[in-house]
Write a protein that binds this ligand. Sequence first.
Ligand code: 13P
Length: 260
Amino acid sequence: MANRQPLIGGNWKMNLSPADARGPCSALLDGLDAGLLAKCGVSLFPPFPYLSQISDLTAGSGVSIGGQDVSAHENGAYTGQTSASMLLEVGCTSTLVGHSERRHGLGESDSVLNAKVLVAMKAGLDVMLCVGETLDERESGQSEAIVLQQLQEGLQGVSINDLGRLTIAYEPVWAIGTGRNATPGDAQSMHQSIRADLGKQYDDGSANGVRILYGGSVKPDNAEAIFAQPDVDGGLIGGASLQSEDFLDIVRAAVATVDS
Ligand code: 13P
């Protein structure tokens, strides 16, 4: 895994009530000792209304929090949107951009996502740019072309100096919430292509420093085999992040790949 520390993100999506969110979060914090956190970054992406509460709960723990989305605008008349500065204000250090449930579910285009990346980085947030192909695109042999296009368009105008703020999450749409994960080999092959493309867009040294996470039906029993791939630097976890024991096991799986 070169010198990249793994990162495990928990994307809660639109799940859990405020009361239900406290329990798994506290149990997670209880289970995450300094030894684990020294070897693996852990970030949570709760729903917007819970960010302050989860920020208070995680303060000083070493677990960071982020938004599930961010506005492409700095401020103004954008009903329902949340700005990068608002996320920072409630304790976020990062944001997801381009999750497939927004890209495909809500029709967000690469150019809108690119604007979000630029605005978030300018404000000082780290960005986790999500990319991934649909089942149709995979079956018609277009996976790599689609993913690299999302990558290139999403990163238009991002300078090499800002790459330290970037994480990529490869989340094949057909693997999200389906119980059908990419094989470790398929994940590695796409991650390698993403890293090679970053090398072409920037340079190899910078590309080697960017973490590329895999997301899509990661569970405790498949996590370690996927994370053990040389270009897989951890995972973005949906369903299993709602169960603190499963999420902890996935963090331990990432740490095991560092220890081995
Ligand atoms: P699942 O882990 O539930 O498949 O979700 C993955 C995901 O979309 C994380 O952002």
